[in-house]
Design a protein around this ligand. Structure first.
Ligand code: ZN
Length: 146
């Protein structure tokens, strides 16, 4: 992406976004309990892919967290739900395009405190045909209205 692109440049189309991630961060047992509460309620209400718990920092993340992967059409319902229910936890929401680096560091939004990320481990671009971001594999069976 050329950040200097200005007048005359075409905007990037929404079709570049394959899916989204929400990373739910927690620090200590009290926040972990909140994160577990959020996880259970999300599972009951949204068709998403809940990632495994990371109780130690992994990848670009400096704080324990788990990931929620979700399809583009889930965004307008899951995001406001997280706004209302995050209970002080930091949440990173980022699109998945062909640049994991830009996705996390330039195109992300944060709910709550913005945390540092280690961009050095994130690829700037994906090679042609490389599928770094797997398609969302829904592993919840929601039965409740959000
Ligand atoms: Zn992510």
């Amino acid at each position: 992406m050329d950040l200097a692109a200005g007048n005359g440049a075409s905007p990037r189309p929404l079709a570049e976004i394959a899916s989204y991630h929400a990373h739910i961060y927690f620090d200590g047992p009290d926040q972990r309990a909140i994160a577990a509460w959020i996880r259970e309620r999300v599972a009951e209400r949204f068709p998403v892919q809940l990632g495994r718990w990371h109780d130690v920092a992994v990848g670009p993340h400096h704080r324990p967290m788990y990931q929620i992967a979700f399809a583009v059409e889930i965004f307008p319902r899951l995001l406001p739900w997280l706004m209302l229910n995050r209970q002080g936890l930091s949440v990173l929401v980022h699109p998945n395009t062909d640049s994991p680096y830009d996705d996390h560091l330039r195109h992300a939004l944060w709910l709550g405190e913005r945390l540092a990320l280690n961009g050095a481990v994130l690829p700037r671009t994906l090679k042609d045909g490389e599928a770094l971001i797997d398609p969302v594999a829904v592993n919840t069976a929601p039965t409740l209205e959000a």
